[in-house]
Design a protein around this ligand. Sequence first.
Ligand SMILES: NC(=O)c1ccc[n+]([C@@H]2O[C@H](COP(=O)([O-])OP(=O)(O)OC[C@H]3O[C@@H](n4cnc5c(N)ncnc54)[C@H](OP(=O)(O)O)[C@@H]3O)[C@@H](O)[C@H]2O)c1
Length: 323
Amino acid sequence: MATNDWTADRLPDQSGKTAVVTGANGGLGYRVTRELAARGATVAMACRSEERGERARRRVRAAFPDADLDLLTLDLADLDSVRAFAGAFREAHDDLHVLVNNAGVMHTPYRRTADGFELQFGVNHLGHFALTGLLLDRLAATDGTTRVVTVSSLLHGRGTLRLDTPDEESYDRYEAYAGSKLANLLFAYELQRRFEAADLDALSLAAHPGWAATGLQRAGPEMEGNRLRARLMDLGNALFAQSAARGALPILYAAAGSPVEGGAFYGPRGPGPLQYQGPPDRVTSNAKSHDRTAARQLWIASENLTGVRYDFEGAKEAERAAR
Ligand SMILES: NC(=O)c1ccc[n+]([C@@H]2O[C@H](COP(=O)([O-])OP(=O)(O)OC[C@H]3O[C@@H](n4cnc5c(N)ncnc54)[C@H](OP(=O)(O)O)[C@@H]3O)[C@@H](O)[C@H]2O)c1
């Protein structure tokens, strides 16, 4: 792609399009929601707190009074909630042009989800894996080329795929986050291969924001009441991060920019080799993220753990029936 100055102003009109954005109430998800809605998209804001979601919806509407925003509850740390969200979305919306798998937690103390998964792997990967599978036929039946964007991180590079649930003693919050972000990429690339194998008119893309000043860095320290660490995170943000608005650009580009290619990864170009900041561009990920054997293992484990099986044949049928 590569334009020096790509901003959200370059997005095409989104009227008639419907998007789901997870974690739409804060940080990057909020910026993605705002920009898509500003251009006419209907955005289903998938938020775990109705109150925080409503506050975010009001903020967007204060700037864009016509913004078409549907607020739906989604807790990715609870598969019952993921199923309920998918059901509520299907009832309220016929189309799904873009699914943005954005919500996430980072470096949290040891916690398990309602279904017993380690929290970071459960929320960042498994919840989104289940959500995407539950909305697959809706994506297929929607006119035009639909997109799934999964948000990963530069930290995928420190990740190792771990399919078992660690116990508290062996838990390392940094490894768990990096592993979950590696899983995001393995999933995004495998989904693209499966879209192609099923001949579906859909693209799976990945994106990362570099280092963006959001609530992410504070959330872990806050969960354990560690004020010093929370302050250090604020300092790190002040020194090294770009704004949430800028960090959201690679995600927005993947969601609605063009040209895009299925299986591509978008992130800040730099300056510098660290790629913490900069305009969105196509970027690379490490060799582990392209390991097809690991991707297949992750897929099978994710289906078994979540109980959500991707029905590509059914999705192709839905696509045919809708055309
Ligand atoms: N910021 C960065 O520098 C950076 C770098 C690399 C990758 N990322 C990725 O970017 C994505 C967005 O993060 P952010 O920086 O925007 O962080 P953020 O400001 O903390 O926002 C995270 C969002 O996810 C939601 N969320 C957390 N747990 C959830 C759950 N169980 N169910 C549903 N939603 C949940 C949060 O909801 P609440 O408000 O209710 O907590 C919030 O809306 C994440 O996937 C993160 O890994 C961020």
